[in-house]
Design a protein around this ligand. Structure first.
Ligand code: ZN
Length: 386
């Protein structure tokens, strides 16, 4: 039943259930109706989706879609808190639906017990207002990003690895997309999965709650201060949040002025790195690196960003080796010197260090914490911002 404002009516039960929302000035009756009218799709039904589904369901989001093809496994339960021990062996979509309905039986939960692919992505996602990237792998992350750009839908992004997480809002109010920051996927075999690298159980609770917050703000129209054009980095061990400004890249391969990617691509053959137990990655802060460079000590600075990115802003005297070419160019790096690996935000450089160690590189390796964006933000404010 719809009222004059085109939004669904709230029942007496709704008024009671959402009363603490309705009295908030930024929500009110209209806001609660907007939530009831909204359709949000979660890509993935695992760690990030768990808190997101619980909070969106509790908040009264009217329709929640969930895409996943996996089954609940005992190893999931340490972090995927919507799934229960009794649901081991059940499909994750069935289990997450149960979890949402336990909290709020009024939510219309639509499950897609399938793998999202270039073939079905448009058909599924076109029916939703907001897409939430809760994926745990790069092929799906790029697919979701590209589909959101092409369908003109906001993409609320989160990712987690070990003790660190990231969040942002892509492709909303003319903001950057994921490819504006990370233009191309990392090479196959360069990226460990959570299964191989491990993940701190409470981490998705933090990042997923941030994603849920942003989804609700977008629905309410409180979108002036979302994570659009801001990349949030969270380090649970240091209990620190960092934030970097990003902006829409006019040369972005998918959302730029002359896009080269105009249809969806399935990236396959992304297998995790096999051995990760010895991969103790040490960071160097921007301040420590500045001191090191100023001291005149000879070091290797390896920039693993794509060439079009590393031409925008960077450090002097770097060796540019894009991540997907690192495997063929390890011989260019002098193992006798300390090597600092650099990328845009300090994530790809970690993969590069893992790849170097996996390849038998014996020199000392440090990761520039926060990447070039941290350098620009904290050291060299004269450089043009991304
Ligand atoms: Zn873009």
């Amino acid at each position: 039943m719809q009222e004059i404002d085109g939004l669904p009516e709230l029942t007496q039960s709704d008024l009671t259930r959402y009363s603490r929302h309705i009295i908030l000035p930024n929500v009110g009756l209209i806001g609660q109706k907007k939530l009831k009218n909204s359709k949000v799709c979660l890509v993935g039904a695992g760690a990030l989706s768990s808190p997101i589904a619980l909070y969106l369901g509790a908040a009264g989001v009217g329709t929640i879609g969930v895409i996943d093809f996996d089954e609940v496994d005992e190893t999931n339960l340490q972090r995927q808190v919507i799934h229960t021990t009794k649901n081991i062996g059940k499909s994750k979509t069935t289990s997450i639906k149960e979890g949402i309905l336990n909290i709020n039986p009024n939510v219309n939960v639509i499950t897609f017990n399938t793998k999202i692919t270039s073939q079905n992505a448009f058909d599924i996602l076109k029916n939703f207002d907001i897409i939430v990237d809760c994926t745990d792998n790069f092929p799906t992350r790029y697919l979701v990003n590209d589909a959101c750009v092409m369908l003109k839908k906001p993409n609320v992004y989160g990712s987690i690895f070990r003790f660190e997480g990231q969040a942002s809002v892509f492709n909303s109010v003319n903001g950057a997309c994921y490819r504006c920051i990370f233009p191309t996927p990392p090479p196959p075999n360069s990226v460990p999965s959570c299964g191989e690298g491990g993940v701190f159980g409470v981490l998705p609770g933090v990042i997923g709650s941030i994603q849920a917050t942003e989804v609700i703000k977008i629905i309410l129209g409180e979108d002036k201060n979302t994570l659009v054009d801001r990349l949030l980095l969270y380090d649970a061990l240091k209990m620190s949040f960092k934030e970097f400004k990003v902006k829409k890249d006019e040369h972005c391969p998918v959302c730029g002025q002359n896009p080269t990617i105009t249809e969806l691509i399935d990236y396959e053959n992304f297998c995790g790195i096999k051995k990760t137990e010895n991969f103790d990655i040490k960071d160097i802060s921007t301040k420590e690196l500045k001191i090191l460079i100023d001291s005149g000590k000879k070091i290797n600075l390896i920039d693993v960003r794509e060439v079009n990115e590393s031409n925008i802003a960077g450090l002097e005297n770097v060796i540019k080796i894009p991540l997907n070419q690192l495997g063929y160019n390890i011989g260019k790096i002098d193992e006798s010197l300390l090597t600092v690996v650099i990328c845009k935000v300090g994530t790809r450089s970690k993969y590069a260090i893992m790849l170097l160690k996996e390849s038998g590189f014996r020199g000392e390796l440090l990761n520039l914490d926060g990447g070039i964006l941290a350098w620009i933000n904290e050291i060299d404010n004269s450089m043009s911002k991304y």
